[in-house]
Design a protein around this ligand. Structure first.
Ligand code: NAD
Length: 436
């Protein structure tokens, strides 16, 4: 068994300003109700959409490398199958709870509606710190979890994808296990697979790339130049590291990044290639020679123009929203900003690109991958990236037009959340109310 330094860092010391995981579904429902009030959503539809349609909790044994058996808890939640099959990632994290999975599933429904994908939302999670397991143990866990949730998933039912601490390798194990159980290969059961197994070109980078496309659109309406903007990124994983690299390619100076152990800051800009090498070597960005170590709490409040939270939920709260110095917050993570923080940021003139738009690049390219699996017809990376850009740009315009049509308070500033948190959900709720 591999034991990382994190073993001594239990969940409680992970740097989270406000651990609201247990209340996360209440937050999601509160946000939805604010939006539903604004558009006068019919009560029956409101009732339906404020609940998750199906929920599965499983407890399953995994044989560890030393021969012992460990029982893990996992969930898979489908918020709404109204628009089509459901779609959403699988997360491996020690603080996974059913309420967190419900909230993430609900947000997936709005996200798919915002970018016009024919999916409802879903999410899955296993309560485990995978850094404490060997690769073999993660494989055993993934295969057993897949078997437990197998009746719940399928290419026409519910299609998982990567999320925190899961990756193309984990998706490959899910596809293989599902395929073994049914007796034939089913590439459409999961997205975010390795290219060799039918993955889509560009999927691995899609969340970060889509986030940067969203920032480009917002910067245009804000008259902000990306070349002179300083960027801070919380979370240097899949979404965060790609967003950081692409912001740097746009000429932005990325002055700080972080991971679960903490962050690093260099006001003159970080050499991201060197940071990535340092992280691969040491397991953390901290201790990088050409920067100062900072905590994740300090990082959120650093002087910059653009802040990209790309780690976990509950990072920007009423406690630190008043100290944020960025002009633009682009939510690569799901649920990083609480409704109270939304109001504070709105009053302070900070534009927040909500998660259901800003990180929709991942599910969009997952959709391309799913269609590719159903049609057995792959597309090139350039085609994927161009189509993604087109969808992000069109969605931005649609959200803006809808916000203006319904006189959303933030519409004059571009696409962003506002003091009633309504822009977070209005366009999605609008689409759903028209569609039902
Ligand atoms: P990941 O596991 O690849 O990376 C997560 C990163 O966050 C890691 O660097 C980790 O060390 C860091 N981290 C964990 N806890 C932290 C903390 N308390 N403070 C600071 N950093 C912390 O995960 P990911 O896939 O990049 O997902 C990150 C966020 O993006 C999540 O909210 C996820 O739901 C969201 N998201 C991911 C995708 C996707 O396609 N992977 C799509 C949409 C949204």
């Amino acid at each position: 068994m591999i034991v990382s330094d994190d073993v001594h860092r239990g969940t409680s010391v992970v740097d989270r300003p406000e651990d609201n995981a247990d209340d996360l579904f209440a937050v999601a429902v509160e946000q939805f109700n604010i939006a539903a009030d604004v558009i006068g959503l019919e009560d029956g539809i409101r009732q339906i959409l404020s609940h998750c349609q199906r929920e599965l909790t499983v407890h399953f044994p995994v044989e560890m490398d030393d021969g012992s058996v460990h029982v893990f808890a996992g969930h898979r939640v489908r918020h709404s199958s109204l628009p089509g099959p459901t779609k959403g990632g699988i997360r491996y994290h020690q603080s996974v709870t059913i309420n967190e999975v419900r909230a993430l599933a609900m947000w997936m429904t709005w996200k798919c509606a915002v970018v016009g994908l024919p999916y409802g939302g879903a999410k899955g999670g296993v309560q485990v710190d995978p850094k404490l397991l060997s690769q073999n143990e993660v494989q055993n866990l993934t295969r057993r979890y897949t078997t437990e949730i197998q009746p719940f998933i399928g290419p026409n039912i519910d299609i998982p994808a990567p999320d925190v601490n899961t990756n193309p390798q984990v998706m490959a194990w899910i596809m293989d296990t599902y395929s073994m159980n049914v007796g034939y290969s089913v590439p459409g059961v999961v997205t975010g697979k390795p290219l060799e197994l039918g993955g889509s070109a560009g999927r691995n980078e899609a969340t970060g790339r889509g986030c940067v496309f969203a920032i480009e659109e917002a910067a245009k309406t804000q008259g902000m130049s990306l070349t002179s903007a300083r960027t801070v990124v919380q979370g240097f994983g899949n979404a965060g590291s790609v967003a950081a690299r692409l912001m740097a390619e746009h000429g932005s100076s990325v002055v700080a990044v972080s991971d679960s152990r903490g962050g690093i800051h260099n006001p003159n800009g970080l050499d991201l290639k060197a940071v990535a090498i340092h992280k691969r070597r040491t397991g953390t960005v901290q201790g990088f020679a050409e920067a100062e170590d900072v905590s994740n709490v300090q990082l959120i409040e650093l002087d910059c123009e653009i802040l990209i939270p790309a780690a976990l939920e509950g990072q920007i709260t009423r406690r630190n929203a008043g100290s944020i110095r960025a002009r633009l917050v682009a939510e690569a993570a799901n649920g990083p900003t609480s409704p109270e923080a939304d109001a504070i940021l709105y009053d302070r003139g900070v534009l927040v690109l909500p998660d259901i738009f800003a990180n929709a690049g991942g599910v969009t390219v997952s959709y391309f991958e799913w269609v590719q699996a159903l049609q057995a017809f792959p597309r090139s990376e350039d085609q994927v990236n161009e189509r993604l850009r087109d969808i992000m740009q069109r969605s931005y315009v649609t959200i803006l037009e809808t916000s203006r049509e319904i006189r959303c308070p933030s519409a004059d500033r571009g696409v962003g959340s506002c003091h009633r948190a309504s822009c977070r959900f209005l366009p999605a709720a609008w689409n759903l109310s028209v569609g039902t």
